[in-house]
Ligand binder design. Structure first.
Ligand code: ARG
Length: 607
């Protein structure tokens, strides 16, 4: 419906010129008229699209809104292209204009989708000249997942991983080249503490592979941190160790690499299970650029020496004491921090190759707690003039994962939950649910079926539960809810697909090409209208980076499909209705599969 809405918008703009002649328009009127005024209908009973501007125009022009709406609709109906695609507009309530696309246009759109792998979603094309001239770049960087070495990945990283991956999939599908960057925390004081501690307790771990497991490392790190906080001598030793490492000391480097390798192996296990592809480029990658960052900021007179530290003061950044709060870029001991690395990363990512990535859109997926960090870093990059005018940098924040008690998610004994355990439990519970269901349905299935279904459902449920929430809000983690076959859940969507696969197994040929199709029932039209919204929804996700919009759409689509499936006969219908309904089943299945794949969620034929 993207193209149709563009055509309606064009017809509306032509109508505006007739109804509100250009000369004599106030600036307010002009701004109302130049907005995009054709918006998706807020409820299905209002049709497909709405035009709401008659109300604001009425205020500005001091006329009755319904009268204005009437003038606009009269004009629209004189437009040939408009009349071709739209039923006569309806004026509703105080002056809303409701538009519904006529059945001829809907059917031709359905025909088109039967033969289009992209289901009507346009593929962005970029000419190589445009790309070379830096005018129209297609490269996007998504910085997501980004756990810290020697620490365990936590549920916050899980959220970042799932949300970041789905945004990457959507943007890739739209035609962008997406660099999926794992900005792992692989540098900094934590290594000083850890290496110092390990030197005493398991020195061989620092020069031999696989001596310690990640869970040991996490424990060693905890012990090291405790000593660091309590013991002045240990503190000094750790700091010296960091200096050694940063100065490139061979022994320290080897130890550091071993620790990174061990963590990486554990992270990879999670990524494999979740089917996530990422390119690791940790904080340490930017070491060689840190001095440049400082020099550049110094040359631009942006740095202020505050008690020996190099700082930037930004407008509006105020500390608890009400005084302007400095952002430290280089510590008084000469060391760099998280902010310095992120500044170097922005600069590198926006610089054209071969000295950088040459991206035009940078997206950072982290918990909302880092919002002020990113806002500071982005502002500094801006005043340092590192952001070309056509480039965009965005923080994509998300809320906390909470237990069902509304508190931070913990195990029963109060410890933080390990991600592997979370995934295992989801799969185990999916398995029990499945076995119960097989029992009540008196079905017998072999072990490999049970295994496959429970793995798919478990992982799908975890991912979908996360993605279907507006990411900004905190979300309550509940195995019972996410695994339920009822409601806005992965199993509910998977089940709609399973039903369609069942139709095909029972003799319904879903390979409908361009036969005559014809529709009479309201359940069919409702399904058609929903199917045709896919392109608009994907365009929305591309812009607003909210995967829950796509989830909500797939959920509504499944509901409308289920109503259609329950209320009208498909295989038992006579021709051409049978083929026409099979065509709708086929497009519904393709739409659900595509949508789920953009969320990174696996699907099934039977469950
Ligand atoms: N390692 C960080 C953390 O665990 C997240 C890094 C996010 N990306 C970035 N460029 N700062 O909180």
């Amino acid at each position: 419906m993207l193209e149709i809405s563009a055509r309606l918008e064009e017809a509306l703009n032509k109508a505006f010129i007739k109804v509100f002649p250009k000369e004599g328009r106030s600036s307010k009127t002009s701004s109302i008229l130049t907005d995009s005024n054709v918006v998706p209908a807020s409820k299905p009973e209002f049709g497909d699209f709405q035009i709401n501007c008659a109300l604001s125009l009425a205020k500005e022009l001091k006329q009755a809104p319904r009268e204005i709406a009437q003038q606009i609709t009269d004009q629209l109906q004189k437009d040939n292209d408009f009349v071709q695609i739209c039923n006569p507009p309806q004026i509703a309530g105080p002056g809303f204009i409701n538009l519904s696309i006529n059945s001829k246009t809907l059917i031709s759109e359905i025909h088109f989708r039967l033969n289009d792998k992209r289901l009507g979603v346009p593929l962005k094309k970029f000419s190589s000249e445009e790309i070379e001239e830096g005018k129209n770049n297609n490269r996007v960087i998504i910085d997501f997942s980004s756990p810290n070495i020697a620490k365990e990945m936590h549920v916050g990283h899980l959220r970042s991983t799932i949300i970041g991956d789905s945004l990457a999939r959507v943007l890739e599908f739209c035609g962008y080249e997406v660099l999926r960057l794992n900005h792992v925390g692989d540098w900094g004081t934590q290594f000083g503490m850890l290496i110092t501690h390990l030197k005493e307790v398991v020195p061989e771990a620092l020069h031999k592979k696989d001596v310690v497991e990640i869970s040991d490392l996490v424990n060693f790190y905890r012990q090291a941190k405790k000593r660091f906080d309590e013991d002045k001598i240990f503190q000094k030793q750790s700091r010296d160790e960091v200096v050694n490492l940063q100065a490139g000391d061979q022994e320290s480097l080897i130890a550091w690499q071993l620790l990174c390798k061990q963590s990486r192996k554990e992270f990879q296990k999670i990524y494999d299970r979740l089917d996530i592809k990422l390119t690791e480029r940790g904080e340490s990658f930017y070491n060689k650029f840190l001095v440049d960052v400082i020099n550049d900021l110094k040359n631009k007179n942006l740095l202020i020496n505050d008690q020996g530290a190099q700082c930037i003061f930004l407008d509006g950044v105020i500390g608890k004491d009400g005084k302007p709060q400095p952002i430290i870029i280089q510590k008084s001991d000469g060391g760099f921090n998280y902010t310095t690395t992120d500044l170097a990363a922005i600069k590198y990512r926006l610089t054209t190759p071969p000295n950088g990535d040459g991206a035009f859109r940078l997206i950072y997926v982290t918990d909302a707690g880092q919002a002020s960090h990113f806002s500071g870093v982005f502002q500094i990059a801006k005043i340092a003039n590192w952001i070309p005018t056509n480039c965009q940098i965005e923080h994509v924040p998300f809320g906390l994962v909470q237990g069902e008690d509304g508190k931070k998610l913990k195990t029963r004994s109060g410890e933080t939950i390990r991600l592997v355990d979370l995934l295992d439990e989801a799969i185990q519970r999916a398995r029990e649910d499945l076995k119960d269901r097989l029992n009540t349905e008196s079905r017998s299935e072999n072990e490999s079926f049970i295994d496959k279904v429970s793995k798919t459902v478990g992982i799908a449920a975890i991912k979908y539960a996360d993605l279907s929430q507006n990411r900004i809000s905190n979300y309550q983690f509940s195995f019972d809810k996410m695994l339920s076959l009822q409601g806005n859940t992965a199993p509910y969507l998977l089940y709609a697909l399973v039903r369609i696969a069942g139709i095909s197994r029972n003799g319904g040929d879903l390979n409908v090409s361009s036969q005559k199709i014809q529709f009479n029932e309201s359940q069919e039209w409702a399904l058609i209208r929903k199917l045709l919204q896919l392109d608009c929804i994907i365009a929305e996700v591309e812009k607003e980076l909210l995967p829950n919009r796509l989830c909500g759409y797939l959920f509504e689509l499944s509901q409308i499909f289920n109503r259609f499936y329950d209320q009208v006969p498909i295989l038992k219908a006579s021709e051409p209705t049978r083929t026409s309904r099979l065509a709708l089943c086929s497009i519904t299945a393709d739409t659900l599969k595509l949508g789920m794949s953009l969320l990174g969620i696996p699907t099934l034929e039977r469950m």
